[in-house]
Design a binder for this molecule. Structure first.
Ligand code: UD1
Length: 370
């Protein structure tokens, strides 16, 4: 059996690593196509090196552009590669423009398509990611859901027959790699002891492309730095550019280059709190049992909001500061994202459904691949 994974942006490489490892355990041929959506070494190559993922067989080199140009360019370049590889399954991850292009290209060729992290909804159609995930879910043959909430969302959209609850591949990755991060990350020598600093990430278009929102967030981070604890902000290239355009001259927030996955895990685990607009980082905060403040008006990961483990603060300066001061009251945390075997479950499903016209019941699956 041959599986082709299509990826292109940073969070997808982590999810890919989990599926690639499970495929290797099952001795299944697995090929990666990298669209080139993220191309800086620190946004792409370092993840392949660190997570020990085989280099992509095909690199499409698409790069940046408007949504239409970026997605259109991917479609044009994906089609001939998919035709030549003719896989049993095309696997898509998350909600990026690479996911959308992969879903359109593969489904139009009649290839069987599986969507990892299916069923997430923010119910905010102004987010490009929301449109990408709705399209990917409706085009895919097999919808692999991380949570019961995701299953419910797909039920509401009439997609129940194609949906399976697998658990979250990012939880698999967290369990597999956070010990390694602790052991191997000698290179990360920050001067702050554990639980003495806050970690922040900002990259969503709704924040970076709206000066009022970005300034609200940055002012809040400055104040948290001066009144509560130092804030470390690894800067996404989009955010670096937006801050330069605004002539931002904040003094206190410590901005650094984007981090590798293991570095990020280590910094997350040791943080006193995490402030983020990233979906993946919200969950990693939950896995690490670190209080999270989400710099958005809604979240797809609604379970994380229980017990104030995660608090929606939007981009309002006062709300963010208040949430930061209250963050020590978070918890307790529960086990919400499966048992760390989502990758294996997904590969078993792909094997079992290879020739099935109807969805396969994973509970009846007797295959053992590791
Ligand atoms: C994309 C995803 C988002 C995901 C995020 C993770 C979409 C619509 N969004 O957002 O879901 O959470 O990746 O980071 O697909 N750039 C560089 N170097 C790089 C990559 C990007 O300089 O290696 C710059 C480019 O100027 C580009 C901008 O960052 O215009 C934004 O990149 P883009 O691919 O449009 O989306 P992200 O904001 O990264």
């Amino acid at each position: 059996m041959r599986i082709v994974s299509i990826v292109g942006a940073r969070p997808q490489f982590v999810k890919l690593a989990v599926v690639a490892r499970a495929a290797a355990a099952g001795e299944i041929e697995h090929i990666t196509i990298h669209t080139g959506q993220h191309y800086d070494h620190g946004m792409s190559d370092v993840f392949f090196e660190e997570l020990r993922i085989a280099a992509p067989k095909h690199h499409l080199g698409v790069g940046s552009g408007s949504h239409g140009i970026q997605t259109g360019e991917m479609l044009k370049k994906l089609e001939p590669v998919l035709v030549s590889e003719n896989p049993d399954w095309v696997v898509l991850y998350g909600d990026t423009n690479s996911t959308l292009a992969g879903a359109v290209a593969a489904s139009k060729l009649g290839l069987k398509t599986a969507h990892v992290e299916a069923g997430l909804r923010s119910f905010n159609r102004r987010m490009p990611e929301e449109l990408n995930r709705i399209a990917a879910d409706h085009l895919s043959d097999l919808l692999l859901c991380p949570t019961e909430t995701a299953m419910q969302n797909l039920r509401r959209e009439g997609l129940e027959d194609r949906s399976v609850l697998t658990g979250d591949v990012m939880y698999d990755a967290f369990l597999a790699d956070s010990q390694r991060a602790q052991r191997e990350n000698e290179s990360l020598r920050f001067s702050w002891p554990p639980k003495s600093y806050a970690l922040a990430t900002v990259h969503r278009a709704e924040n970076t492309d709206e000066p009022d929102r970005l300034l609200g967030i940055m002012r809040a981070l400055e104040q948290i730095s001066s009144e509560l604890c130092p804030v470390v902000l690894p800067l996404h290239p989009r955010t670096r550019k937006a801050l330069a355009d605004l002539d931002w001259t904040g003094q206190r927030v410590v901005t650094i280059e984007p981090l590798s996955y293991l570095q990020m895990l280590l910094l997350e685990k040791n943080a006193r709190m995490i402030l983020t607009d990233s979906g993946g980082v919200q969950k990693e905060a939950y896995f690490a049992q670190v209080p999270c403040i989400t710099l958005r008006d809604e979240t797809e990961w609604v379970e994380t909001l229980d017990n104030n483990c995660n608090v929606l603060a939007g981009a309002n300066e006062t709300s963010i500061i208040e949430a930061a001061f209250r963050s020590m009251k978070a918890g307790p945390w529960s086990l919400l994202y499966g048992s760390g075997d989502a990758g294996i479950t997904i590969v078993k499903l792909l094997i079992a459904q290879r020739n099935h016209a109807t969805p396969y019941n994973p509970l009846a699956c007797q295959l053992r691949i590791c």
